[in-house]
Design a protein around this ligand. Sequence first.
Ligand SMILES: CC(C)(COP(=O)(O)OP(=O)(O)OC[C@H]1O[C@@H](n2cnc3c(N)ncnc32)[C@H](O)[C@@H]1OP(=O)(O)O)[C@@H](O)C(=O)NCCC(=O)NCCS
Length: 251
Amino acid sequence: MGRKIVNKKGKEKRLARKEERQRIAAGTIAVARANALTDPLAPLTAFRSYQRCGLIALLSCSRVTQLPTETVEWAIDLTERNIRKPSEQCSWGWDGDKKREEMTEEAAWYLIAKDPEGKNLGFSHFRFDMDYGDEVLYCYELQLEPWAQRRGLGSFLLHTLELIAFTNQMRKVILTVLLNNKPSICFFKALRYSTDETNPDEEEKIPYEILSKHNPKMNRTVPAPSKPAVRAADLLTASSHQCCQGGHHHH
Ligand SMILES: CC(C)(COP(=O)(O)OP(=O)(O)OC[C@H]1O[C@@H](n2cnc3c(N)ncnc32)[C@H](O)[C@@H]1OP(=O)(O)O)[C@@H](O)C(=O)NCCC(=O)NCCS
């Protein structure tokens, strides 16, 4: 009797592990497909322009390698202007060289908003990647020029990212936000982002929070890989990382 139950449990476990491997393999393929695109915004014609609150914005999307140098330099400069201070005011810290390196890595995608005269208004640096076994769109940065803030453009860019993510079968949009950046926490919460399951436990005393929004068409059927096990491995290979206030990316 006892033996039979053990075997049954073992079989269930093996089956669950097999399903998990298949899920990760499918996710990895979805990430590779998305990364092979030339312009993820191309099919989303309604999201290529924005007009509200006296602001007109035209959107474009490409790999960092396809962007003019001056656009990349502007994005790096804007990021420093917007988030150097809150980063320095907490244990996250600011490392300009590291940020530059992260923002120019080949895997980086950019969604850029310009006004009709070609003046830069804001951008998002994002990536299609695997994160704790999930296929995700990781938003590394969402930054608007100060004069373009609070006019709905940030919401529009984030919704566009969600659409790019979900039409390319990503499981969620995920980002890291500094806890001392209250306006951006308010912004993401207003846009229905919530604490991600990979957010470290409260007692870890970290200066950031990992937030996400799930693809409504991709409900998880298999439990995620156990958090502590993955995090232990992650710590061994701790790298820089991203988002919205730098970030804390994990693979
Ligand atoms: C955070 C940011 C991307 C938001 O974009 P935005 O265009 O300014 O925000 P929106 O106008 O779309 O705001 C949408 C909602 O978010 C909330 N919100 C936005 N900014 C807020 C603020 N400063 N304080 C409180 N709530 C805020 C509000 O509910 C707002 O709706 P409302 O204007 O109808 O009240 C932008 O302000 C920014 O670039 N900030 C500096 C950089 C930064 O912190 N980036 C985020 C982390 S990477």
